[in-house]
Design a protein around this ligand. Structure first.
Ligand code: PMP
Length: 387
């Protein structure tokens, strides 16, 4: 309508003309705009107004009222959703889960003078774990690649291990479990996607150190707010100090925004946001499968259904990303195959996987998803007509 800008793939007075020839489907980044329609419906009740004189002091995160109320809301949220036990746990805020990941890697072991801890994750894994560990280049930890390479090779060794366990996993949505065990192993559980939009909530997380974020819960990735649930007080204190030295805590404006959003989410025990979010995700999965079903050239990940304690029914997973495998194109990059059909995904090698895989984001805007399905349908149909 007048005054609105069209998505770059659409034109015309009401943005209904699809520019198929010039337009690429953006399915790379994980911007969670699939929840924008929900927040548009709750535009007034979710709005935050902050006067210029308000909350000007530093945010020493656990000393302000707002932090205390926000922490209470987070505990209430986990108890209502049933995705994590918070009793007996410390809660630490971070600038997105990204900052908490750094804090955790650098604080999970007490400082010692022995060899650096080996940081590992199961392939395919979220690259930030490697990139961040390498960037910070601490003398206390080294990124050492795939967990599987160390399984069976670590018991009896005095080396310390830090294993990332991501469930649901980015990129493939699998419910990964810890692989390494023993007195010298610590695990960091990344639960960014453990919300009913994406997966059945099969049991509450009750690990020593688990990280959550609003980015994929409410979709406000730009607000940069995450939290960690931590059992051990010493680990909590070390992580808190890390965040203190790093950013002097989390912006109070961000905390206020997160609080407002969680209050809207909690008004009906999360029913409306999770029903909306899940409906959108399951419709998208249905359409994606339908678009790809005309050809066996591409395949999608398979994840078994599970009983969801929150919705009280058995549900198929509806992950944030499709993990596409190019079945025919041996030796050819699946990313390039999709790009030739005007689809921009994220190549498998960016998750240390083979290039026969590509990750497609399904949590972007409606327009991005429509463009993706249109191009996929064409590509799958062309594959069937084949050379
Ligand atoms: N962990 C995983 C598995 C993710 O996919 C992401 C975001 N893509 C993050 C952490 C970082 O999220 P945040 O916005 O909270 O920093």
């Amino acid at each position: 309508s007048e005054g609105c800008e069209c998505h770059s793939c659409y034109a015309g007075p009401d943005c209904s003309v699809f520019l198929a020839d010039s337009c690429f489907a953006e399915a790379d980044g994980g911007d969670p705009l699939f929840l924008e329609p929900f927040w548009r419906k709750h535009s007034a009740s979710s709005a935050v107004l902050v006067s210029g004189w308000h909350r000007m002091g530093y945010s020493y995160s656990d000393q302000t009222t707002i932090s205390k109320v926000l922490e209470e809301r987070i505990r209430e949220l986990h108890s209502v959703i049933g995705n994590a036990v918070t009793d007996g746990k410390f809660i630490l805020f971070g600038v997105g889960s990204t900052q908490l990941i750094a804090a955790a890697v650098n604080s999970i072991f007490a400082p010692n003078s022995s060899a650096p801890a080996k940081v590992v994750a199961s392939i395919p894994y979220y690259t930030l774990y490697r990139l961040q560990t390498q960037l910070f280049d601490s003398r206390d930890c080294d990124f050492k690649g795939d967990t599987a390479a160390w399984n069976g090779n670590y018991s009896g060794s005095t080396d310390q291990f830090i294993e990332f366990v991501t469930a649901p996993n980015n990129p493939d949505g699998q419910m990964n479990k810890a692989v390494l065990r023993g007195p010298n192993v610590r695990t960091i559980h990344d639960r960014a996607y453990y919300w009913p939009h994406f997966t059945a909530i099969s049991s509450p997380d009750n690990e020593d150190l688990t990280i959550f974020t609003i980015s994929k819960l409410t979709g406000h990735a730009g607000s940069r707010f995450g939290w960690a649930l931590i059992k051990d007080e010493d680990v909590y204190e070390r992580m808190k100090l890390y965040i203190q030295y790093n950013t002097l805590g989390v912006s109070k404006d961000t905390q206020l925004r997160a609080l407002k959003l969680l209050e809207v989410v909690l008004r009906d025990g999360g029913r409306s946001i999770f029903e909306d979010g899940h409906r959108t995700m399951s419709k998208r999965w249905e359409r994606l499968r339908d678009a790809m079903s005309v050809s066996d050239r591409f395949s999608l990940q398979k994840i078994p259904p599970e009983r969801c304690l929150y919705f009280n029914e058995t549900r198929d997973p509806t992950p944030a990303y499709a993990w596409v495998k190019c079945e025919w194109d041996e030796g050819q990059s699946c990313y390039e195959v999709l790009k030739s059909g005007k689809i921009l995904g994220r190549m498998g090698s960016l998750f240390e996987a083979e290039d026969r895989y590509v990750r497609l984001s399904l949590i972007r805007s409606d327009d991005d998803f429509e463009t993706l399905v249109t191009h996929l349908r064409k590509l799958a149909a062309a594959a069937e007509d084949g050379p």
